[in-house]
Design a protein around this ligand. Sequence first.
Ligand code: PEP
Ligand code: MN
Length: 266
Amino acid sequence: MKLNLDIVPLNSWLDNGKEPLIISGPCSAETEEQLLATAKLLAATGKVSVLRAGIWKPRTRPGEFEGIGSIGLEWLKRAKEETGLPTAIEVATAKHVEEALAAGVDILWVGARSTANPFTVQEIADALQGADVPVLVKNPVNPDLSLWIGALERINRAGIKKLGAIHRGFSSFEKTSFRNEPMWDLAIQLKTVAPELPIINDPSHICGNRELIPYISQKALDLDMQGLMIESHLDPSVAWTDAKQQVTPAALAELVDRLALRKADS
Ligand code: PEP
Ligand code: MN
């Protein structure tokens, strides 16, 4: 079976078209200062093509920090003005899509919890009708390839041709070293049914712990994934969300250098 997706290649989405596409930035935008300082350090490394930051955060239990909200759109705009980096955020409702498009966010992604719910994906797709924005669809939390494919199809049918997938791993009852099991075979199956669809790996949410990130990143590139989304923070130890898995901008740059070297060696 091959999917019938109407898409354009990843290198036509952005001006520099560099592959692997490195997307980095904090799990959550916390303050304007934090976001701007992180963006500047990331831009200075020369290794990052897109700045990510969550402003509406899906949290497992209520009462935890649920994102800074719409004000974060202003901060992202400033970060882009000051660094030239295109920006990417998660959208989970039609309102998020409308606000993100109005604010000129460059890339949107659908989070793992949203991908698991076809009603939510359809609502996002409807709000995207007529937009020319790249959209990345994370795999659903549960290991169900059809749900992932269905979400990609819904977004593509809304006219989004700059489409990609993000492999962020899957929930499992097994206790292993990973926060979310990579289950590489599901990403490989997606590649075989949609060979032209870019897949970006998200080692941060697979690993849940920064020590493992280089290994998962390397494996993703060895499997010909076209990019990496890696969470970074000025001081990961005080991050408001996902503290254990974030890396400093300097560590991110070193990680990307090593991957490039190993790739060149092979
Ligand atoms: C995130 O990217 O910070 C996030 C919440 O990811 P996921 O949807 O993969 O859990
Ligand atoms: Mn996160």
